[in-house]
Design a protein. Structure first.
Length: 121
């Protein structure tokens, strides 16, 4: 096999791998935000009624771009632990915790690496 053939094979494998790793990584990030993750250290969303946890949605804008979002108006207060007027936002649920989005963002490369390892192992 020539060097250019080897490069073509590598390019096909890389393209195929990225088509699997990206959506899997987005799904892992969604899970980290909603239920928590040992990879990111995210505690997941607190659960009282389950409204916040189930409100997080994934939207794939393209094969390489996705958004994870929620329409729940008090999600940011829950994330940061501070109300809009600067008072402490009380968490009543023993499940989940604060900063799930922030910890997921900081740990995103670890999530991607973990998903890539599953595909390339």
């Amino acid at each position: 096999m020539s060097f250019s053939d080897q490069i073509r094979v590598f390019a096909v494998k890389a393209d195929t791998t990225s088509k699997v790793v990206f959506p899997n990584s987005v799904s892992a990030a969604h899970s980290s935000i909603t239920v928590g993750s040992g990879v990111t250290g995210s505690p997941g969303q607190p659960v009282d009624t389950g409204e916040l946890r189930t409100s997080w949605q994934i939207e794939f804008e393209s094969p390489t771009s996705a958004t994870i979002s929620t329409g729940v108006p008090w999600a940011r207060q829950n994330e940061d632990g501070v109300t809009e007027d600067g008072r402490p936002y009380m968490q009543r649920s023993p499940v989940g915790g604060r900063h799930s989005v922030a910890l997921t963002i900081v740990g995103m490369q670890r999530l991607v690496d973990a998903e890539a390892a599953k595909v390339t192992a």
